[in-house]
Design a protein around this ligand. Sequence first.
Ligand SMILES: Nc1ncnc2c1ncn2[C@@H]1O[C@H](COP(=O)(O)OP(=O)(O)OP(=O)(O)O)[C@@H](O)[C@H]1O
Length: 379
Amino acid sequence: MSSAQAPLRDDGPPAADADGHTAPLIAFEGVSKTYVGRAGAVPVPALSGIDLAVPTGSVLGVIGRSGAGKSTLIRLVNGLERPSAGRVLVGGAEVSALGEGELRAVRARVGMIFQHFNLLSSRTAAGNVALPLEIAGRPRAAIRDRVAELLALVGLEAQAGRYPAELSGGQKQRVGIARALATAPDVLLSDEATSALDPETTRSILALLRRINRDLGLTIVLITHEMSVIRAVADRVAVLEHGRIVEQGDVFEVFTRPRAEITRTLLAAEMGLSLPPTLAGRLTAAPLAGAAAVLRIAFRGPHASDPIIARLARETGIEANILSGTVDEIGGQPFGSLAVSLPPGPDVTARAVAFLEAHGLVADLVGYLPRSEEDRRVA
Ligand SMILES: Nc1ncnc2c1ncn2[C@@H]1O[C@H](COP(=O)(O)OP(=O)(O)OP(=O)(O)O)[C@@H](O)[C@H]1O
């Protein structure tokens, strides 16, 4: 538990089973949500049959395209929405069955940060962080000390007296994080918290979230439409499509063995972005005449890809050109991806993909490169 206050459960720390696994802090059991709206309006199914368990102290990333149901899912955790069917449990309490009074107590244990920060423009950074403590009726001196502690935690001691209009986007989000942590919650919900930030600021905010998770043991659920966010901060990922979880698991497993089509597409999009800009800008979705197919190959371990490109050439006669390659880490494990272009010829793409997958790698077509560009690159 991150907090000095009573946890949501009043029976001590989460129960452990015989194998020492703790009960999930958040659980969705057969949850569906349909928005009914005005009389006569067509009901909108937003989530269907969601089963999800978020272990205490973990970071779950929920990814999906616009309209997939991400916001609905996160709003069910703090009771801002109620399910049409199923149960949502937080710390053993069935949020979906609580009355307004009890819900208020739960919400004090669940902090939230937002894409557009949602700060009060009339209050300073310190004033924004103090707000939840004032609402909770804390004594003035305790509020002052707690606000100073929180601003130090997010690296904003020097900005305490500044108004939101005088802060950068990253600083505003740091104030948002400090405010969300004010009542020492057990859970932090992040609704696209880095979507309005530039890449460098995004990295620093994600690093801050990771540090808070590690140092305070805070359980984090974040929603995003970017795989790079998941990779940077999450332990586990759930992929949502049309209101259903189509894939979930350990981030390393899902990145290196994506099963659902949507997961592969999202990973390929990220890979496309990590190509050198001159190449990425020339990548086309359609196979123009004479274009070279570009594959993304995911592999585990720093050297796992080296022999496979040589073997592809030797065993199938397909000579792939390496366009770019990265080796990264997910949760301390090396994970790499290569972009290669393939020579022209009948069935070359299908044969290459089949060969690579037969050797335990994941290969996805990310697009096509005009042959002249590809030749120039190789020359
Ligand atoms: N209050 C509401 N009333 C009616 N329909 C809604 C409401 N909120 C969301 N929806 C619908 O539910 C579906 C899921 O929406 P939701 O906002 O959860 O998706 P999302 O994945 O968060 O999308 P985005 O990334 O665009 O925010 C969409 O079809 C949306 O139009």
